[in-house]
Ligand binder design. Structure first.
Ligand SMILES: CC(C)(COP(=O)(O)OP(=O)(O)OC[C@H]1O[C@@H](n2cnc3c(N)ncnc32)[C@H](O)[C@@H]1OP(=O)(O)O)[C@@H](O)C(=O)NCCC(=O)NCCS
Length: 101
């Protein structure tokens, strides 16, 4: 499943991409994203953008390997955890550099 919309005359935004669970890990996600990039380029786009959760290791690996780079970073603080002495509470979905390589 691919859900895409035009964001501007020169950009498309991918709202969602999902491969049937039983078929994951066989290259369909990569093939779909490559086909989407070609489709978008043919329609005049210079940029293809999307959001991805920091915890979504598989999707982040896929996008990074395709050449996507982080342009915005959303940060969140989990207020339900008590801070440890001398340490702040852990951010929700916190991503440490290199943690998902
Ligand atoms: C993310 C998703 C679309 C990837 O599709 P896929 O068909 O499983 O991915 P592919 O088999 O094409 O693999 C492409 C790359 O993803 C990464 N990847 C795939 N499976 C992985 C796994 N189990 N662990 C880590 N990385 C993985 C690898 O970088 C892989 O490249 P490689 O095979 O050259 O190592 C699919 O897993 C999915 O539908 N996930 C649930 C929905 C979702 O999270 N969508 C993204 C929303 S932003």
């Amino acid at each position: 499943m691919l859900w895409i919309a035009r964001r501007s005359p020169s950009a498309h935004f991918v709202y969602d991409v999902a491969i049937e669970q039983a078929l994951r890990g066989h290259g369909y996600g990569r093939a779909a994203m490559n086909a989407l990039a070609a489709w978008s380029r043919e329609r005049g786009s210079k940029v293809l953008a999307l959001n991805v959760f920091g915890q979504n290791r598989v999707a982040r690996n896929l996008y990074r390997s395709l050449g996507y780079r982080v342009v915005v970073e959303e940060m969140a603080l989990d207020l339900t955890t008590r801070p440890r002495h001398g340490d702040g509470p852990r951010a929700v979905g916190e991503v440490r550099p290199g943690a998902n390589e």
